[in-house]
Write a protein that binds this ligand. Structure first.
Ligand code: BTN
Length: 260
């Protein structure tokens, strides 16, 4: 990763003008949180070539080989803490748009924090926050893109559900070009959110959502629901029509689309 090349021609006001590159990090989210706690500014970005302890949602391991784009953006939004999870949709929309525009791929967003290409996961997002009283001190928005490596580099149990840009495109991709485009899209989408609220972000995100209208199984730690994915409401919850006809708003979980 050549940071100078990322910043060459970067069309952002704030995001990406301070990039901390760590060739090998435990987790860029952890590094960004440390920097945040010692006062780093809004828009600071941490990127690693590989992570030894990359983390996903629910503390799952996130395998992070060389060739991936593993980064975390530090944000200090003036926002109610209960609205911070909306930033996952900001990042998801920014990633989905970028992958479609740069590569012309068939891109979909999947509730709550995934981006898929040709139906397989190519990107995951992990938002972590620290509050100070009733306000947000910082949010770290971690983005992992399986970019310039073949999916076969990942453990075999992921080959069914995950993919990479290199595998889908059948060619190498430039991490610097992808990173620059993502930073630009992230800033534009974040500004849209701050200036115009969540509605246009959610609308954009839903325009990529492949699972709406489908029969799905939603699981979280100790619960499971089966039904039709009707909508995502304006607090980011998934709205399901359960098999008994009732509606259920699910705040956290994993969706799998049911074949029947
Ligand atoms: C998920 O799908 O569960 C979220 C995956 C998030 C991975 C990214 S890679 C950069 C940042 N650092 C981490 O440890 N995790 C996020």
């Amino acid at each position: 990763m050549n940071v100078g090349r990322v910043q060459e021609g970067l069309r952002t006001q704030c995001f990406g003008w301070s990039i901390i590159l760590s060739r090998v990090a435990a987790s860029t989210n952890d590094l960004a949180k440390k920097l945040a706690a010692s006062g780093a500014a809004d828009g600071t970005v941490v990127v690693a070539e590989t992570q030894t302890r990359g983390r996903g949602r629910l503390n799952r391991e996130w395998v992070s080989p060389a060739g991936g784009l593993w980064f975390s953006a530090l944000l200090r939004p003036v926002l109610e803490p209960s609205h911070a999870s909306r930033l996952v949709f900001v990042a998801g929309l920014a990633v989905a748009k970028t992958l479609r525009e740069l590569y012309g791929l068939d891109v979909a967003t999947k509730w709550p924090n995934d981006v898929l290409v040709n139906g397989k996961k190519v990107c995951g997002i992990l938002a972590e926050m620290r509050t100070a009283g009733q306000r947000i001190d910082y949010v770290v928005l971690g983005v992992g893109v399986n970019a310039d490596f073949e999916v076969r580099v990942l453990p075999e149990e992921l080959w069914e559900s995950a993919t990479s840009l290199k595998t889908e495109l059948g060619r190498e991709i430039s991490l610097e070009e992808l990173f620059r485009a993502l930073l630009e899209s992230l800033e534009t989408t974040y500004d849209l959110f701050l200036n115009q609220g969540f509605a246009p972000v959610l609308q954009g995100w839903k325009s990529f959502a492949g699972f709406l209208g489908k029969h799905v199984i939603v699981t979280n730690v100790d619960e499971r629901w089966v039904g039709t994915a009707l909508d995502v409401d304006n607090d980011g919850s998934l709205v399901l029509r359960l098999e008994d006809g009732t509606e259920k708003h699910v705040h956290a979980g994993d969706v799998s689309v049911r074949i029947r």
